[in-house]
Ligand binder design. Structure first.
Ligand SMILES: [Zn+2]
Length: 284
Protein backbone atom coordinates (compact mmCIF):
# COMPACT_ATOMS: atom_id res chain seq x y z
CA UNK A 1 0.00 0.00 0.00
CA UNK A 2 2.81 2.39 0.87
CA UNK A 3 4.28 1.68 -2.50
CA UNK A 4 0.99 2.60 -4.15
CA UNK A 5 0.63 5.74 -2.04
CA UNK A 6 4.19 6.84 -2.72
CA UNK A 7 3.64 6.19 -6.38
CA UNK A 8 0.40 8.17 -6.43
CA UNK A 9 2.11 10.95 -4.49
CA UNK A 10 5.02 11.20 -6.87
CA UNK A 11 2.89 10.85 -9.99
CA UNK A 12 -0.35 12.79 -9.56
CA UNK A 13 -2.99 11.57 -11.95
CA UNK A 14 -1.39 8.16 -12.34
CA UNK A 15 -3.83 5.34 -12.99
CA UNK A 16 -3.92 1.78 -11.82
CA UNK A 17 -2.42 0.60 -15.06
CA UNK A 18 0.49 3.03 -14.55
CA UNK A 19 1.07 1.41 -11.16
CA UNK A 20 0.93 -2.06 -12.70
CA UNK A 21 3.45 -0.97 -15.30
CA UNK A 22 5.69 0.38 -12.55
CA UNK A 23 5.43 -2.91 -10.64
CA UNK A 24 6.21 -4.86 -13.80
CA UNK A 25 9.24 -2.71 -14.36
CA UNK A 26 10.47 -3.25 -10.83
CA UNK A 27 9.91 -6.99 -11.13
CA UNK A 28 11.75 -7.11 -14.43
CA UNK A 29 14.66 -5.16 -13.01
CA UNK A 30 14.54 -7.30 -9.86
CA UNK A 31 14.67 -4.18 -7.78
CA UNK A 32 13.99 -4.67 -4.15
CA UNK A 33 11.26 -2.31 -2.98
CA UNK A 34 12.71 0.80 -1.42
CA UNK A 35 9.75 1.22 0.92
CA UNK A 36 8.65 -0.83 3.90
CA UNK A 37 7.00 -3.93 2.55
CA UNK A 38 7.13 -7.61 1.86
CA UNK A 39 8.69 -9.06 -1.25
CA UNK A 40 7.64 -12.48 -2.43
CA UNK A 41 10.45 -13.99 -4.42
CA UNK A 42 11.77 -17.32 -5.56
CA UNK A 43 15.27 -18.28 -4.52
CA UNK A 44 16.40 -17.68 -8.09
CA UNK A 45 14.88 -14.20 -8.17
CA UNK A 46 16.43 -13.34 -4.83
CA UNK A 47 19.99 -13.64 -6.11
CA UNK A 48 21.99 -10.50 -5.51
CA UNK A 49 19.37 -8.95 -3.21
CA UNK A 50 19.32 -8.55 0.55
CA UNK A 51 16.65 -7.88 3.13
CA UNK A 52 16.72 -7.19 6.86
CA UNK A 53 14.41 -10.11 7.51
CA UNK A 54 14.00 -13.17 5.34
CA UNK A 55 11.54 -16.03 5.66
CA UNK A 56 12.34 -19.16 3.69
CA UNK A 57 9.26 -21.34 3.56
CA UNK A 58 8.47 -24.77 2.19
CA UNK A 59 11.83 -26.27 3.02
CA UNK A 60 10.83 -29.88 2.52
CA UNK A 61 12.24 -32.70 0.46
CA UNK A 62 10.84 -32.36 -3.03
CA UNK A 63 10.84 -28.58 -2.85
CA UNK A 64 14.43 -28.21 -1.67
CA UNK A 65 16.00 -30.05 -3.33
CA UNK A 66 13.36 -29.91 -6.02
CA UNK A 67 12.04 -33.28 -7.16
CA UNK A 68 13.64 -32.81 -10.57
CA UNK A 69 17.15 -32.68 -9.14
CA UNK A 70 18.39 -36.21 -9.57
CA UNK A 71 22.13 -36.22 -9.99
CA UNK A 72 24.62 -35.37 -7.27
CA UNK A 73 25.53 -32.29 -9.27
CA UNK A 74 21.92 -31.12 -9.45
CA UNK A 75 21.46 -31.78 -5.73
CA UNK A 76 24.54 -29.69 -4.97
CA UNK A 77 23.15 -26.91 -7.14
CA UNK A 78 20.00 -27.01 -5.01
CA UNK A 79 22.12 -26.82 -1.88
CA UNK A 80 23.84 -23.70 -3.25
CA UNK A 81 20.44 -22.23 -4.03
CA UNK A 82 19.36 -22.68 -0.42
CA UNK A 83 22.62 -21.06 0.63
CA UNK A 84 21.73 -18.11 -1.56
CA UNK A 85 18.41 -17.85 0.22
CA UNK A 86 19.89 -18.09 3.69
CA UNK A 87 22.47 -15.44 2.95
CA UNK A 88 19.88 -12.91 1.72
CA UNK A 89 19.10 -12.04 5.34
CA UNK A 90 20.90 -9.14 7.00
CA UNK A 91 19.52 -9.57 10.52
CA UNK A 92 16.67 -12.03 10.81
CA UNK A 93 16.27 -15.40 9.19
CA UNK A 94 13.34 -17.77 9.65
CA UNK A 95 13.28 -21.18 8.04
CA UNK A 96 10.10 -23.21 7.95
CA UNK A 97 8.62 -26.35 6.50
CA UNK A 98 5.21 -27.96 6.65
CA UNK A 99 4.98 -31.71 6.94
CA UNK A 100 1.52 -31.87 5.44
CA UNK A 101 0.05 -30.02 2.53
CA UNK A 102 -3.05 -28.82 4.34
CA UNK A 103 -3.78 -28.26 8.03
CA UNK A 104 -4.75 -31.55 9.61
CA UNK A 105 -3.57 -33.46 6.57
CA UNK A 106 -1.37 -36.50 6.73
CA UNK A 107 2.16 -35.47 7.60
CA UNK A 108 3.97 -37.20 4.81
CA UNK A 109 6.64 -34.63 4.06
CA UNK A 110 10.12 -34.42 5.47
CA UNK A 111 12.24 -31.38 6.21
CA UNK A 112 14.93 -30.81 3.61
CA UNK A 113 18.02 -32.90 4.09
CA UNK A 114 20.08 -29.72 3.77
CA UNK A 115 19.08 -28.74 7.29
CA UNK A 116 20.24 -31.97 8.85
CA UNK A 117 22.70 -31.00 11.52
CA UNK A 118 21.31 -27.46 11.62
CA UNK A 119 17.71 -28.10 12.51
CA UNK A 120 17.12 -28.54 16.27
CA UNK A 121 17.01 -32.21 17.11
CA UNK A 122 18.55 -33.22 13.82
CA UNK A 123 21.95 -34.57 13.09
CA UNK A 124 24.15 -34.42 10.07
CA UNK A 125 23.84 -37.68 8.20
CA UNK A 126 26.79 -39.03 6.31
CA UNK A 127 28.93 -36.62 4.36
CA UNK A 128 26.51 -34.86 2.05
CA UNK A 129 23.55 -37.06 1.39
CA UNK A 130 20.89 -38.83 3.34
CA UNK A 131 21.50 -42.50 2.60
CA UNK A 132 19.15 -42.83 -0.31
CA UNK A 133 16.69 -40.08 -0.99
CA UNK A 134 13.93 -42.65 -1.19
CA UNK A 135 12.13 -43.29 2.00
CA UNK A 136 12.55 -43.40 5.67
CA UNK A 137 13.01 -46.77 7.15
CA UNK A 138 9.98 -47.24 9.28
CA UNK A 139 11.01 -48.64 12.66
CA UNK A 140 13.31 -51.58 12.78
CA UNK A 141 12.71 -52.68 16.33
CA UNK A 142 12.36 -56.41 16.62
CA UNK A 143 9.09 -57.86 17.80
CA UNK A 144 9.39 -58.95 21.38
CA UNK A 145 11.50 -55.97 22.34
CA UNK A 146 9.09 -54.98 25.03
CA UNK A 147 11.50 -53.74 27.66
CA UNK A 148 13.47 -50.59 28.03
CA UNK A 149 16.07 -51.85 25.62
CA UNK A 150 15.03 -52.12 22.04
CA UNK A 151 16.59 -54.97 20.21
CA UNK A 152 17.47 -54.38 16.63
CA UNK A 153 16.93 -56.56 13.70
CA UNK A 154 17.71 -54.49 10.64
CA UNK A 155 20.23 -51.90 11.66
CA UNK A 156 19.54 -48.77 13.68
CA UNK A 157 16.12 -47.24 14.18
CA UNK A 158 15.74 -44.03 12.23
CA UNK A 159 13.53 -41.10 13.01
CA UNK A 160 10.65 -41.42 10.55
CA UNK A 161 10.36 -37.64 10.33
CA UNK A 162 13.94 -36.54 9.68
CA UNK A 163 15.72 -39.83 9.10
CA UNK A 164 18.29 -39.42 11.84
CA UNK A 165 19.61 -42.61 13.37
CA UNK A 166 18.24 -42.79 16.91
CA UNK A 167 20.24 -43.79 19.96
CA UNK A 168 18.02 -42.68 22.83
CA UNK A 169 15.81 -45.52 24.09
CA UNK A 170 12.77 -43.29 24.48
CA UNK A 171 13.19 -41.88 21.00
CA UNK A 172 13.65 -45.35 19.60
CA UNK A 173 10.32 -46.33 21.13
CA UNK A 174 8.67 -43.30 19.56
CA UNK A 175 10.50 -44.01 16.32
CA UNK A 176 11.25 -40.31 15.98
CA UNK A 177 13.29 -37.62 17.73
CA UNK A 178 11.57 -36.05 20.70
CA UNK A 179 11.91 -32.72 18.90
CA UNK A 180 10.62 -33.84 15.54
CA UNK A 181 7.00 -32.97 14.83
CA UNK A 182 4.55 -35.66 15.75
CA UNK A 183 2.28 -37.20 13.15
CA UNK A 184 -0.08 -38.17 15.90
CA UNK A 185 -3.64 -39.11 15.02
CA UNK A 186 -5.15 -37.48 18.10
CA UNK A 187 -8.55 -39.10 17.76
CA UNK A 188 -6.99 -42.54 17.41
CA UNK A 189 -4.76 -41.90 20.40
CA UNK A 190 -7.82 -41.01 22.48
CA UNK A 191 -9.61 -44.17 21.38
CA UNK A 192 -6.54 -46.25 22.20
CA UNK A 193 -6.31 -44.69 25.65
CA UNK A 194 -9.97 -45.40 26.36
CA UNK A 195 -9.55 -48.93 25.17
CA UNK A 196 -6.42 -49.35 27.32
CA UNK A 197 -8.25 -48.10 30.41
CA UNK A 198 -10.96 -50.63 29.77
CA UNK A 199 -8.47 -53.47 29.34
CA UNK A 200 -6.54 -52.45 32.43
CA UNK A 201 -9.80 -52.47 34.36
CA UNK A 202 -10.63 -55.96 33.16
CA UNK A 203 -7.17 -57.23 34.03
CA UNK A 204 -7.03 -55.41 37.34
CA UNK A 205 -3.65 -53.99 36.34
CA UNK A 206 -2.33 -50.50 35.82
CA UNK A 207 -2.74 -49.10 32.32
CA UNK A 208 0.97 -49.23 31.49
CA UNK A 209 0.85 -53.02 31.87
CA UNK A 210 -1.35 -53.09 28.78
CA UNK A 211 0.77 -50.64 26.77
CA UNK A 212 2.94 -47.74 27.87
CA UNK A 213 2.12 -44.20 26.79
CA UNK A 214 5.09 -44.25 24.40
CA UNK A 215 3.90 -47.43 22.77
CA UNK A 216 0.36 -46.07 22.40
CA UNK A 217 1.79 -42.89 20.93
CA UNK A 218 3.88 -44.85 18.46
CA UNK A 219 0.82 -46.86 17.47
CA UNK A 220 -1.29 -43.73 17.00
CA UNK A 221 1.46 -42.24 14.86
CA UNK A 222 2.31 -45.28 12.79
CA UNK A 223 -1.31 -46.47 12.37
CA UNK A 224 -0.30 -50.07 11.60
CA UNK A 225 -2.52 -51.92 9.18
CA UNK A 226 -1.12 -55.41 9.61
CA UNK A 227 0.11 -57.58 12.45
CA UNK A 228 3.68 -57.37 11.23
CA UNK A 229 3.55 -53.57 11.13
CA UNK A 230 2.18 -53.58 14.65
CA UNK A 231 4.87 -56.03 15.76
CA UNK A 232 7.58 -53.61 14.62
CA UNK A 233 6.49 -51.07 17.20
CA UNK A 234 8.60 -51.22 20.31
CA UNK A 235 6.64 -52.47 23.28
CA UNK A 236 4.47 -54.78 21.20
CA UNK A 237 5.84 -58.21 22.03
CA UNK A 238 4.52 -61.57 20.90
CA UNK A 239 2.38 -61.94 24.03
CA UNK A 240 0.77 -58.54 23.65
CA UNK A 241 0.35 -59.07 19.95
CA UNK A 242 -1.60 -62.26 20.65
CA UNK A 243 -3.62 -60.69 23.37
CA UNK A 244 -4.34 -57.21 22.06
CA UNK A 245 -3.35 -57.26 18.40
CA UNK A 246 -6.84 -57.74 16.99
CA UNK A 247 -8.30 -54.95 19.11
CA UNK A 248 -5.50 -52.51 18.31
CA UNK A 249 -5.62 -53.20 14.58
CA UNK A 250 -9.40 -52.83 14.62
CA UNK A 251 -9.07 -49.47 16.38
CA UNK A 252 -6.40 -48.37 13.91
CA UNK A 253 -8.67 -49.37 11.03
CA UNK A 254 -11.43 -47.23 12.53
CA UNK A 255 -13.67 -50.16 13.32
CA UNK A 256 -15.85 -50.05 16.39
CA UNK A 257 -14.98 -52.57 19.05
CA UNK A 258 -17.77 -54.27 20.88
CA UNK A 259 -17.70 -53.04 24.43
CA UNK A 260 -15.79 -55.47 26.59
CA UNK A 261 -18.67 -55.64 29.02
CA UNK A 262 -21.26 -56.42 26.39
CA UNK A 263 -18.89 -58.89 24.82
CA UNK A 264 -19.75 -61.70 27.23
CA UNK A 265 -22.40 -64.04 25.95
CA UNK A 266 -22.95 -62.01 22.82
CA UNK A 267 -22.53 -64.30 19.85
CA UNK A 268 -22.51 -61.45 17.40
CA UNK A 269 -19.57 -59.68 18.99
CA UNK A 270 -16.93 -61.96 17.53
CA UNK A 271 -18.02 -61.07 14.06
CA UNK A 272 -16.14 -57.82 13.95
CA UNK A 273 -12.91 -59.74 14.32
CA UNK A 274 -13.48 -62.15 11.49
CA UNK A 275 -10.54 -62.29 9.19
CA UNK A 276 -8.10 -61.48 11.94
CA UNK A 277 -5.55 -64.09 12.89
CA UNK A 278 -6.43 -63.53 16.52
CA UNK A 279 -10.05 -64.42 16.10
CA UNK A 280 -9.73 -67.25 18.57
CA UNK A 281 -7.34 -65.70 21.00
CA UNK A 282 -9.16 -62.63 22.18
CA UNK A 283 -11.30 -64.19 24.86
CA UNK A 284 -11.35 -61.95 27.86
ZN1 LIG B 1 13.88 -36.56 13.80
Amino acid sequence: MRLAEDFAGSRPGATLSDLVAELDERAAAQHAPTVEGVTLASLHAAKGLEWDAVFLVGLTEGMVPITYAKTDQQIEEERRLLYVGVTRARHHLTLSWALSRAPGGRASRRPTRFLNGLRPGSQAVGARTLGGAGGIERGAAAPGGGGATVRRRRGPVHCRVCGRALTDAGEMKLMRCEGCPSELDEALYERLRDWRAEQAGLLGQPAYCVFTDKTLLAIAEAVPETASELARIAGVGRRKLDRFGADVLALCAGRELPSAVDDEGDDGAGGSHSGDPWQNSTEK
